[in-house]
Design a protein around this ligand. Structure first.
Ligand code: MG
Length: 275
């Protein structure tokens, strides 16, 4: 009898051990999502996956080694403060902007553009207008980021500097003013985080216009804003058929204003299916 009791105790011990080990090895969520988890789950709208589908691919892990604002692990660093080796002049010759103290500075040598070409993307750039403002309206701290070399997000010192609304800092130049003026004082570093969805073309005509979402110093200033076409001055923008990718170019507006740039990186995206 005692032997049977010992055997039963051993069996109970083993069962408890199995439960405890299973409990500790499997996370709560998986314990909740049992073998019949998918049973009765509806198919998600516009998707081949079920709601809560365990087979749906998990988001890729992206890390950020430095502080917030530094390049994530899947980004292409375009300027790390050391050199402009990934940039050229418009004519293909080496970029000649001054590089010092971790930043690149406009010096009246013309626009610079990336050697590599990009379409849909997330783009990060930090910029600084000259500490001693000079000029008024469009002559003060004017520069800009041209996506695919064609579609400009304006850079300008808009701090206490009135100009036409669709030409102020973080405007889609000549088309859409920013939602608010988030410009910092001249001489202070500022940040743009931009999501660009390139235009799509069908039979040579634009079928889906380009779109911009822009955060200026963390403040939303453009939300899924439609680009009416290539950036122009005093005219209506229009689309010409563009390829799927183009260089990012930074404007030298020719006013001898030493706008400075640092920490430029880009994440290539595929925003097909989003609008
Ligand atoms: Mg400009």
């Amino acid at each position: 009898m005692a032997e049977r009791t010992r055997f039963l105790s051993f069996v109970v011990f083993c069962l408890v051990a199995v439960v405890v080990v299973s409990w500790s090895v499997y996370p709560w969520a998986e314990a909740q999502e049992g073998p019949n988890w998918h049973k009765g789950l509806p198919k998600q709208y516009k998707s081949k996956w079920l709601v809560h589908d365990l087979k749906r691919p998990k988001p890729e892990v992206v890390t950020q080694a430095g502080p917030v604002g530094s390049a994530p692990s899947d980004a292409t660093v375009l300027f790390d403060g050391k050199d402009l080796s990934q940039w050229t002049k418009g004519n293909g010759k080496p970029a000649a902007w001054a590089v010092k103290d971790g930043y690149a500075e406009l010096n009246n040598t013309g626009n610079i553009q990336t050697k590599k070409e990009f379409g849909d993307c997330q783009f990060h750039i930090e910029w600084r207008a000259p500490a001693k403002p000079r000029g008024v309206s469009q002559a003060r701290g004017n520069s800009g980021i041209f996506f695919m070399g064609l579609y400009e997000v304006q850079i300008m010192d808009s701090f206490n500097n009135a100009t036409y609304a669709d030409g102020s800092a973080a405007s889609i130049y000549g088309q859409h003013p920013p939602l608010v003026n988030a410009c910092r004082k001249p001489g202070e570093w500022q940040v743009y985080d931009i999501v660009f969805r390139r235009p799509r073309f069908k039979d040579g005509k634009v079928s889906e216009p380009g779109r911009f979402t822009v955060l200026h110093n963390g403040v939303l200033v453009q939300h899924n804003t439609e680009s009416f076409g290539e950036t122009v001055w005093r005219r209506l923008a229009k689309y010409r058929k563009a390829s799927k990718k183009g260089p990012i170019s930074i404007q030298d507006h020719g006013d001898r204003q030493k706008v400075a740039y640092r920490n430029i990186w880009i994440r290539e995206l595929d925003l097909s299916g989003s609008d």
